[in-house]
Design a protein around this ligand. Structure first.
Ligand SMILES: N[C@@H](CCC(=O)N[C@@H](CS)C(=O)NCC(=O)O)C(=O)O
Length: 231
C-alpha cells in the first residue's frame, strides 16, 4: 500500500517529510488537508495527531506524527533506498552522538528563531496582522549569533556532522527555502554574508538540492490545481 502523507504542500513540516521521501525515493501519496474547515482540529484528526497539527503519515496501517521522527522512521524502514542519512550502526556510539548533536542544533538553535521571524514576516501578514519589526530586529540579531556558531562548525566540516550529509542538514531546508519570502537577508546581504562564508557555501549546497526545487514546483502546481477547482 502506498505510504500516505496527511499534510499540506505549504507546510514546512510537511515539506520536511516530503524532502526525505524524495531523497529516499519512496513512493507516496500526499493527502492535502482542508484548511477551510480546519480539518486538523477535528476529532477524527486528533485520533492520529493528538496535537492537532500536520503532518502525520500512514504506512501500511502504521501512523506517525512529528516530521523529524517521521524522517528517522523512513530512513530506518527503507534502508535500501537512497542515501544513508543517519550514521550506520557500525559507525559507533560517538558518530551517533555527533549526529544527535547536529539534530539538536537544527531543532534548538535554528528552528525556533527562524520560526519566530517567519511568524512576524509571513504568517502574521497572511492573517491580516501587522508584523512587529522591533521584535524581528531582536530575532535577526539572535539568528546572527547562531550563524556565527554554524560558521565555527562549518569552517572545518563540510556538513554539520562531518563529510557526509545527514538528516540534520536536510532538516534545515524547509525554513531556508522561506528566507527569500520572509526577507531574511543574513545570507544574501553582501556585508552580512561576509561574516559566515562557510554557512553561505553550506546553504547554497542545501538550496541547490533538486528535491527542494521539485517540491516547490510540485507544490505550486498542486496549489494552482486546487485554486482552479474552487473557481
Ligand atoms: N514539530 C512538529 C510541528 C508541526 C507543525 O507545527 N505543523 C504546522 C504546519 S508546518 C501546523 O500544523 N500548523 C497548524 C496549527 O498548528 O494549527 C513537526 O515537526 O511535525
Amino acid at each position: 500500500m502506498t505510504l500516505k502523507v496527511h499534510g499540506h504542500p505549504q507546510s514546512t513540516s510537511t515539506r520536511r517529510v516530503l524532502l526525505i521521501l524524495k531523497e529516499k525515493k519512496i513512493p507516496y501519496e500526499l493527502i492535502s488537508i482542508d484548511w477551510a474547515v480546519a480539518q486538523h482540529k477535528q476529532p477524527e484528526w486528533l485520533q492520529f495527531h493528538p496535537f492537532a497539527q500536520i503532518p502525520y503519515i500512514e504506512d501500511d496501517g502504521f501512523v506517525l506524527y512529528e516530521s523529524r521522527a517521521i524522517a528517522r522512521y523512513l530512513v530506518a524502514a527503507y534502508p535500501e533506498e537512497g542515501p544513508v542519512l543517519i550514521p550506520a550502526a557500525e559507525a559507533g556510539v560517538k558518530a551517533h552522538a555527533l549526529f544527535e548533536q547536529a539534530v539538536a542544533v537544527e531543532a534548538f538553535n535554528f528552528d525556533p528563531t527562524v520560526a519566530a521571524i517567519l511568524t512576524e514576516r509571513l504568517y502574521k501578514p497572511f492573517a491580516g496582522l501587522t508584523p512587529d519589526e522591533a521584535q524581528v530586529a531582536v530575532l535577526v540579531g539572535q539568528l546572527e549569533t547562531k550563524l556565527a556558531g554554524y560558521e565555527r562548525i562549518l569552517t572545518h566540516s563540510k556538513y554539520l556532522t562531518g563529510e557526509e550529509v545527514t538528516l540534520a542538514d536536510l532538516f534545515h531546508v524547509p525554513f531556508l527555502s522561506l528566507f527569500g519570502a520572509g526577507k531574511i537577508d543574513v545570507l544574501t546581504d553582501e556585508e552580512k554574508a561576509k561574516k559566515w562564508p562557510n554557512v553561505v557555501r553550506y546553504v547554497h549546497w542545501l538550496a541547490s538540492r533538486r528535491y527542494l526545487i521539485h517540491i516547490d514546483r510540485w507544490a505550486n502546481d498542486l496549489l494552482e490545481r486546487e485554486a482552479s477547482k474552487s473557481i
